[in-house]
Every structure is written in structure tokens, then in C-alpha cells.
Design a protein. Structure first.
Length: 465
């Protein structure tokens, strides 16, 4: 006997911030909604976990004031989500010194050798009025910041994050990933009277994962149906402008399929075989992975800083954060946890290294970079296979082939960080989900003209660090 498919107005693949915001808003608009998630919990990389009695995140995360008013308004409708206003207090290792981060002119003048400081200023002055030129990441950074900052910051950092020469990365990486690319934005960040917006952030009292868990809880209360531990095995176009989604436990039918799963995985799921050029383009879309190394210390606080940025070659880590310093929730706890972010390729020697080997290497490298001595009581790791989209020159052609193929299915929307292959922040992902619901007309069909305009808007997103 064949089981009848479950029918919903909207079926969403993925319970990350983009999928969750779309789900709850679609339900509020009166649509029946199902969310299919392969893991057992919502949130994706925006989850939190408990280590040594403390809530820690999957890396260093924060909500930025750069979010659109619609996103802030949406978050204010979510019960149980309490956001604290926090002051940023990070630092970055540059020129073998620690500088406050976000950077400020006063701190740079006070900390850097004067010849380095004035060289940086001169290189900036020489670029006044110049347009950003070139088709590579290197070209854009050099034309915006000069050779010195490129050599000591962006060049080693690009190798570390993306595992690729900055000469081979698309200029789009700079446009999307470097928020201070224009002179105006740099001045706003560097001058104390102008940078208050970048000195503060919002953070949930229950950890960053509380954003998605609270949205999911409210969506569930409103009637969104969640199907956790379900992996999609096939997507079948059917008559009437609809599709069928087959999972390892349930089959669904819908006139609106919204996918936030990785762009590289979508085309291969279709029962109607995609053209070879589309499949090849999908295969070329790669992500850098990351190992998160958690070190539990028998100290109430390791340092006063929330995050330490490490662009240089002296360590495999790109950033080290102390979750306790992001919130007041665990201040009385007698231990603290460090989260070490180590970019890598899935399956390489770093990915496969034991926790002990990684911790010994990191502790040695931290000592050589001016960190206080430490001796962890406990070590844990989490491995994330798809963190940073790698964007070599010409990658836009592959995305364009995939996008044009998707356009033939008027019941399909693709959005989110993974779906659109972008490095966006959480507030960007939430905005995408809200716009997906706005794209529905009075008949519950996608207004394709509105959605194409939304995609154009999404392409202007710039990551806030």
C-alpha cells in the first residue's frame, strides 16, 4: 500500500535562520508549512551547545546593528528571545603586536611603530579618489588599502580562510567580505566619534543559538510542522506547477519548495536529470571546512577580550573567542571555555587530526603569539564541513548556470547562506527568509519579478565582522 504524500502550501529545506524565519512568517500569513531538517536540532551553524556547564557557540557570533529595521522588528516578535546590548572588546594580532579590534586610529597610533603607522596613512592618502580596480581579491584590496595592509593582514588571512591564493580569488570576495572597502566606511570605523555602531552588538542571554531555537519554538507553537532527522533523497517535478519531495521517512507535495541547503547539493536531487553543465557547475562550488577546538580552563576568566583575531601565518587558528565574555549569564562560573576556530579542508590533515594533537599545536602557537599560558582540563572538538564559500575568479559563471536552471521551476525558491553560496551574516539570512514570504501573491504563488528584485538586493549584502 502506497502512503499518501503529506501536502503543504510551503515546504522548506533546512532549519537554519533563513528557513526558520521564512517558516514562521509563512505560517503567520496563513500558509501550511513543513520544515525538513537533516539534523536533530534547528539552527545549523547558528546553534549553541553546552560544554563544562556553559553555553558556547559554533565559533564567534554576534548580532550587528547593521541589520535592517525589518529584521530587528521580526526578532522583537519572538517570545523568550532577550537581547543584551554588549560592547565589543576584541583585539587583532598585526605587525607582531596586539591592536584593539575593531581598529581605531588612536590605538593604531599608540601601538604601532610610527614608521608603520605613517606608511599606512600615506598609502590611504594616495588612494583618495581612486576607483577599486581589478578582477581579483588581491587587486581590490591593494587598490583600497595599499600594499602594507595587504601583505600583513589580507594576504595571509585569505590563505587561512579560503585555502586559496588571493590572486586567484574573485574580486567579489572583497566586495562581499570586507565591510570597510570604501574610504567612507573605513573612516566611520576608525574615528571614535563615528564608530559607536561598530563598537556595540546584540547578543542573546541564552547564547547565540537561542535566536534560532526561539524562532523554531514559536513556529512550532503556531503550527509549523518540523521533520527533523529527515534527509531529502529526491525532488520530483509534477503536473500543476508543483513538486514532490522524497525523504528517507516521508513524502511531501507542495506548490512552493524553498531550499536553503547547499547550492552544490540541489541539482543532483532532481529526478529529472539536470544538464551536464549545471551538474559540473554545482560540483565546482566548494566550501572551506572548520574544526572548532574547545579548551576548558580552570579559571574564572582567561582574558578580558571577547575575541582574538589571528590573520598571520604563525598559527593555524583564525580566531579565538571566550564565550563567557559575550554575555553575563555565566560570569559566576568558576571555569571558562575558549573556542578556537581552525579553517581547513574537509578530509585534510587538520580535519583528521586528533583532539590532543590539535590542542598541543594550538597551545604552542598561542604562546608564541603572546597569549597567557594555559593548561586545559578538558578538550572537545566540533567539525563543520561547509563554512566559508570559496570563490575563485569565474565562480560567478557557475552560479549563473545554476540560477538560470532554477528559474525554469516557478515553484522553487533558493536562498540563505548555503543556498545562494554567500558568506552572509545571520541578519542577512533572516531578511532573505522574510522576503521569500513577501514574494507570495494573494494566490500563494511566487511573484517572480519581486523575487528577482530581492535577489538583486541580496547581492549587495556585505559581511560585518
Amino acid at each position: 500500500m502506497t502512503t499518501r504524500p503529506l501536502s503543504f502550501s510551503v515546504v522548506i529545506l533546512g532549519a537554519g535562520p533563513a528557513g526558520l524565519s521564512a517558516a514562521i512568517q509563512a505560517r503567520r500569513a496563513g500558509h501550511s508549512v513543513a520544515v525538513i531538517e537533516k539534523s536533530s536540532l534547528p539552527g545549523g551553524m547558528s546553534q549553541s551547545l553546552n560544554i563544562a556547564g556553559q553555553t558556547v557557540d559554533l565559533g564567534s557570533h554576534r548580532l550587528h546593528y547593521a541589520m535592517r529595521p525589518e529584521v530587528m522588528g521580526f526578532l522583537q516578535t519572538i517570545p523568550e528571545l532577550e537581547l543584551q546590548i554588549r560592547k565589543r572588546h576584541g583585539r587583532i594580532r598585526l605587525f607582531e603586536r596586539w591592536l584593539g579590534y575593531p581598529l581605531s586610529l588612536v590605538d593604531m597610533c599608540r601601538t604601532l611603530p610610527l614608521q608603520v603607522f605613517f606608511k599606512l596613512l600615506l598609502e590611504q592618502a594616495m588612494r583618495l579618489g581612486r576607483s577599486r580596480a581589478g578582477d581579483s581579491f588581491s587587486d581590490r584590496i591593494r587598490s583600497s588599502f595599499g600594499e602594507t595592509l595587504f601583505k600583513y593582514f589580507y594576504q595571509p588571512y585569505s590563505w587561512k580562510l579560503w585555502g586559496t591564493s588571493p590572486d586567484d580569488l574573485s574580486a567579489e570576495v572583497a566586495e562581499q567580505r570586507v565591510s570597510a572597502l570604501s574610504l567612507r566606511s573605513r573612516l566611520q570605523r576608525l574615528i571614535p566619534l563615528l564608530n559607536s555602531r561598530w563598537k556595540r552588538f546584540l547578543y542573546p542571554t541564552g547564547g547565540y543559538g537561542q535566536i534560532c531555537s526561539s524562532i523554531a519554538a514559536e513556529a512550532d507553537r503556531l503550527g509549523v510542522e518540523f521533520f527533523y532527522n529527515h534527509s531529502v533523497s529526491a525532488i520530483e517535478p509534477i503536473s500543476g506547477g508543483a513538486c514532490r519531495i522524497v525523504t528517507d521517512g516521508t513524502t511531501f507535495e507542495t506548490q512552493n519548495l524553498w531550499s536553503t541547503i547547499p547550492a552544490s547539493q540541489l541539482a543532483v536531487l532532481f529526478s529529472v536529470t539536470a544538464p551536464a553543465e549545471v551538474l559540473s557547475a554545482s560540483d565546482r562550488l566548494q566550501h572551506r571546512a572548520m574544526v572548532l577546538l574547545y579548551l576548558v580552563l580552570r579559571d574564572q576568566q582567561y582574558t578580558e577580550f571577547d575575541a582574538h583575531y589571528l590573520p598571520g601565518e604563525g598559527t593555524i587558528a583564525s580566531r579565538i573567542s571566550e564565550p563567557k565574555n559575550y554575555s553575563e549569564s555565566h560570569l559566576l562560573n568558576q571555569s571558562t571555555v575558549l573556542c578556537v576556530e581552525i579553517p581547513c579542508w574537509e578530509g585534510d590533515s587538520t580535519w583528521l587530526a586528533t583532539d590532543q594533537v590539535l590542542s598541543e599545536q594550538i597551545i604552542t602557537e598561542m604562546a608564541s603569539n603572546g597569549f597567557p599560558a594555559l593548561s586545559p582540563d578538558e578538550i572537545q572538538t566540533v567539525r563543520l564541513p561547509k563554512v566559508y564559500p570559496v570563490m575563485p575568479k569565474g565562480y560567478e559563471n557557475d552560479l549563473d548556470k545554476l540560477a538560470k536552471w532554477i528559474e525554469q521551476y516557478n515553484w522553487l525558491l533558493v536562498f540563505g547562506r548555503q543556498g545562494l553560496f554567500v558568506p552572509d551574516n545571520l541578519h542577512h539570512a533572516i531578511y532573505m527568509g522574510l522576503q521569500a514570504v513577501e514574494s507570495l501573491d494573494d494566490n500563494g504563488k511566487i511573484n517572480q519579478e519581486f523575487w528577482q528584485e530581492s535577489l538583486e538586493t541580496f547581492s549587495t549584502h556585505v559581511v560585518e565582522d
